[in-house]
Write a protein that binds this ligand. Structure first.
Ligand SMILES: O=C(O)C(=O)Cc1ccccc1
Length: 323
């Protein structure tokens, strides 16, 4: 989609101002109108209700894996589709109110994925400090600064004996909330990347670029031996590579899982369409969650015999057999 069009639509994002999600949106649609949401579920629901046109939410990161709230909210409810992905390199600072020393820090507020990415460094820097979960990194920073709601279990900012003395936030966010940086570069894995997705109501499928991904959610047949292999064969026999596959509980019974995955290619690629047709035949539930350009623009490798022309030639050959 053209930059001009992107800038005319309203985006819900995981807020408040200063989250990594906001940074991802600034990269994707710099001048667009935006609406901060308190969590991933409300950002996606705002698209479903029509309150906004699009939402941008974290989907996956290179250290902690899939973001359950995003995967699960996309999996059920009114249909939504991914129309773009944005990759952001993530680095964290440990921030506190002015005058706080490292030795004062007994609890650290932040988003669970941020804590997971800094756990080892925190155990060295502030030994014994516990994590206080927040809805986002910036929400933790705002609460510490005395703006916005406190994270779960946190006492109101400004009260004597704050339940958390520091927050893990994005480097540019500490100063915006009037906080001081106690330590920077506190992530355990330098170079960690988070993948954000732009989500819309169904209707528009971005044009095929030759470097695309297709996101799907699939249920397997009940108690069928080899069901997982049968599902995977639909991709393998059409030369479609999966760049992500993970299981999420369906929620109706113990041991029932849905598979969330990204296939390399676009629904307009004959091999991807053939894989989808195959999935529909062998799986009880298949949800198409969008075809969109890869953020890294790496062209999809198409194995011999799997190009659109190969499928068309094969179909023509079968037609010819009857004639
Ligand atoms: O909390 C944020 O700032 C977010 O945007 C979610 C998040 C948290 C940790 C790593 C990447 C994204």
């Amino acid at each position: 989609m053209m930059q001009v069009e992107q800038d005319q639509i309203t985006y819900a994002f995981l807020g408040p101002v200063g989250t990594f999600t906001e940074a991802a949106l600034a990269r994707y649609a710099p001048g667009a109108s935006r609406q901060a949401m308190p969590d991933v579920v409300s950002a996606l629901e705002a698209v479903r209700t029509g309150a906004v046109d699009r939402a941008i939410v974290p989907m996956e990161n290179s250290v902690e894996g899939g973001v359950a709230a995003t995967l699960d909210t996309l999996a059920s409810g009114a249909p939504l589709v991914v129309v773009a992905e944005v990759l952001v390199e993530i680095s964290f600072v440990l921030a506190a109110r002015p005058g706080t020393a490292l030795a004062d820090v007994r609890s650290v507020a932040t988003h669970p994925h941020a804590w997971a990415q800094c756990r080892r460094t925190m155990s060295e820097l502030v030994p014994g400090a516990v994590h206080v979960p927040a809805t986002s990194t910036a929400a933790a920073g705002a609460a510490l600064a005395g703006e916005g709601a406190a994270p779960a279990g946190g006492s109101a900012p400004g009260e004597a004996g704050l339940a958390f003395q520091a927050a893990l936030v994005a480097p540019h966010t500490a100063a915006d909330y009037g906080l001081e940086v106690l330590a920077d570069g506190v992530e355990d894995n330098p170079g960690a990347v988070t993948r954000f997705v732009v989500v819309a109501r169904p209707g528009v499928v971005p044009e095929r670029t030759g470097a695309d991904k297709t996101t799907l959610l699939v249920h397997l047949p009940h108690n069928a031996s080899g069901a997982l292999v049968t599902m995977l064969e639909q991709f393998a026999t059409r030369g479609v590579n999966l760049s992500r596959i993970e299981s999420r509980p369906i929620g109706d019974a113990l041991g029932r899982y849905a598979f969330s995955m990204d296939a390399e290619g676009h629904i307009d690629d004959a091999r991807v369409a053939a894989a989808l047709i195959g999935l529909h035949r062998v799986c009880p539930h298949v949800v198409f969650l969008g075809s969109y350009p890869r953020a890294d623009r790496t062209p999809t490798h198409v194995p011999p015999g799997m190009r659109d022309e190969d499928f068309e030639a094969a179909r023509a050959w079968v037609r010819g057999l009857r004639g």
